[in-house]
Each structure stands twice: as C-alpha cells, then as structure tokens.
Ligand binder design. Structure first.
Ligand SMILES: Nc1ncnc2c1ncn2[C@@H]1O[C@H](COP(=O)(O)OP(=O)(O)OP(=O)(O)O)[C@@H](O)[C@H]1O
Length: 309
C-alpha cells in the first residue's frame, strides 16, 4: 500500500497541497480528480519522489519512502504529463534507452521492448523516429516507457492531455487492461471526470490543494443524492434568465451549457417552476431532463464551480 499521511507542500506563499491523507491499496485503480491548479501534479511529484513534502509523510508498505528510495523507484512506473521521449530516436531505441537506465539485462530488455511495442500496437512503426508519430502514438510510447522495468504501481499524471477523443479512448482501454488483467495498481490523475469514472474504483476529488471528497463512485455520488440535476435546454439563452434561475430559492447550483443550463436542486419536481421562469423571460423550453449525478455534479455541488472553469 502507498500512503500519504497529512502531506502538505508550499512554494513560497503558495500552499499547493494542504494536509492530504490518501492511500492506494495493491490492485486498486485510484483516481485524483480536480481542475487545473488543484495540486495534482504537486501530489504526483511528491509521490514519485521528485520533490519532498513540506510536512507529513509518504509511506510504502508501511515504511517511509524516504528510507527506501531506490527499491521504491524500481517498483513504480511514472507517466508524466509532458511527453518525455527522444523525438529523433525510434520507438524501439527510446525503449532500449530507458530500459538501460534500469540496468535491465540485454536479452531480457530486448524481449521486454518487443512485448511492449506489441502491447501498445506500435510494432509496425518501431523503427521510425518518434517525431513522425501521432499524438496518440507518442502517448502510448510514453506509457510503454513507464512500464519497461515491470513496475507494480503505475502513476499517471494527466496522460491524455492534447490527444483526440479516439486516441484518448484507446489509451484508456490500455490502462484499464493493465489494471484488470496485468495486475498493476493504478493512480490516475485527470481533470476529465469521464476518464476517472471509466477507470477508477476509488476517487479523491481535489480542489485548491485539499481533498474535498473521497470514496467509490457511488459513495461520492451519494453526497448529492437527495438532489436532482436538471438539464434545461431553451430556444434562446439570456443573461437575465440565467440570473433569475441562479437566484431562485430552490436552485443550489447552476452551470451554463451549450444549449441551456444545468441546474442542481433539492426539490424533486422543479419542472413547472422552470417552465414558468423560461416562459416569463420571453423564450421557450426545448427540453427538460433529470440526470443521474456525475462526478462533475458533485464537484459543482461542493465548490460551486465547474471542473473546467
Ligand atoms: N514549482 C512551483 N513554484 C511555485 N508554485 C507552484 C510550483 N508548482 C506548482 N505551483 C502552484 O501550486 C498550485 C498547484 O499546481 P499543480 O501543478 O500541482 O496543479 P495541477 O492540479 O496539477 O494542475 P495542472 O493540471 O494545471 O498541472 C498552483 O497554484 C501552481 O501555480
């Protein structure tokens, strides 16, 4: 088990991480979900021993990581947010280079490289320089590099940033397979709630350096279960209507969407109220649906802000 006990990190006046308690049990897929600037990368940098906490302790299998740096680093694989590859080297050469850093024996390394190229569906491009690869292929190779030394824990910092939805889904399938069929323990950070919902058994929602909710998906969603989320679509959105909806006594949170508004309310039949308010504002309702809560709704409920604001 990997644990953070009361961990904080400050950069001069900025408290990037505040008293975080977090654990990842072997075999789990744990998600850290939070908007940009929430402190996720700082948490990951501390977990992967790149930087030290200002306060608190990080433990691996019950002992401080600081006392077992080398063996700990051999048991974790890290997928950084930025692509960390040599653009002029081929996929195969990149993997061989990083494998040598772990001092893997030559024949075993060759076999591991072939295995990973195959796993990431890159074998037919293995001799080509990385600069010729698509964003999705680079991300898959970045993942393969993190796996070269057969780590037990895989720590990923927003590994899908900058790739198209299809490649993103492809990469997520690979990661899910690693956890479900190859026995890896996953710690995954993202500001995309769909990714965390798809991959993770347990989730920490982080905001402004603190954990604001923790649990399985259903536990987290139960935080707002007495509430309903209404998807209201209207013919014309106006600032006045938005203001009226947001200030209504039964509206707890409101977010503007492409065609209308997402409204969180504790009232279980807000349909007539919404209908009247829209009509009174001089436009018409195109649709009203009640939605199951998502992690995004939980975040909106807890902070009054959207994950991607
Ligand atoms: N080296 C640093 N020096 C000063 N401030 C920093 C440093 N690293 C991070 N911060 C600040 O700490 C806070 C958390 O940043 P962090 O990068 O950990 O967030 P994040 O959730 O990973 O966001 P992103 O997804 O944008 O990387 C931010 O306010 C950031 O500006």
């Amino acid at each position: 088990m990997l644990e953070l006990e009361g961990v904080s990190k400050s950069f001069a006046a900025v408290e990037a991480v505040k008293n975080v308690h977090l654990h990842v049990r072997q075999g789990e897929a744990v998600g850290l979900l939070g908007p940009n600037g929430a402190g996720k990368s700082t948490l990951i940098d501390m977990l992967t021993t790149l930087t030290k906490p200002t306060a608190g302790e990080i433990r691996f299998e019950g002992k401080p990581v600081a006392n077992q740096l080398k063996p700990f680093r051999n048991r974790i694989g890290v997928v950084p947010q930025e692509i960390a590859l040599f653009q002029e080297l081929s996929a195969e050469e990149n993997l061989l280079f990083f494998g040598k850093l772990y001092k893997l024996e030559k024949a075993a390394l060759k076999q591991r490289v072939a295995e990973l190229l195959d796993l990431m569906e890159l074998t037919n491009r293995k001799k080509e320089p990385v600069r010729t690869f698509s964003g999705g292929m680079k991300r898959r190779l970045n993942l393969a590099v993190a796996l070269i030394h057969k780590p037990e824990y895989l720590i990923l910092d927003e590994p899908t940033v900058g790739i198209d939805p299809h490649s993103r889904r492809h990469l997520l399938d690979f990661i899910k397979d690693l956890q479900e069929h190859k026995g890896l323990t996953i710690l995954y950070t993202s500001h995309y709630m769909e990714e965390v919902e798809f991959l993770c058994n347990r989730i920490y929602i982080v905001d402004r350096g603190s954990v604001i909710a923790e649990g399985t998906q259903s536990e987290i969603k139960r935080i707002i279960s007495p509430q309903s989320t209404y998807e209201l679509t209207v013919a014309v959105k106006t600032a006045e209507l938005k203001e009226q909806l947001a200030s209504h006594e039964h509206v707890q949170a409101l977010k503007e969407t492409d065609e209308g508004y997402r409204i969180v309310s504790a009232k279980n039949n807000l349909f007539p109220t919404l209908l009247h308010m829209v009509e009174d504002s001089g436009t018409t309702v195109k649709g009203i649906h009640i939605k199951q809560p998502t992690l995004e709704d939980v975040f909106l409920h807890l902070t009054g802000r959207s994950l991607r604001d």
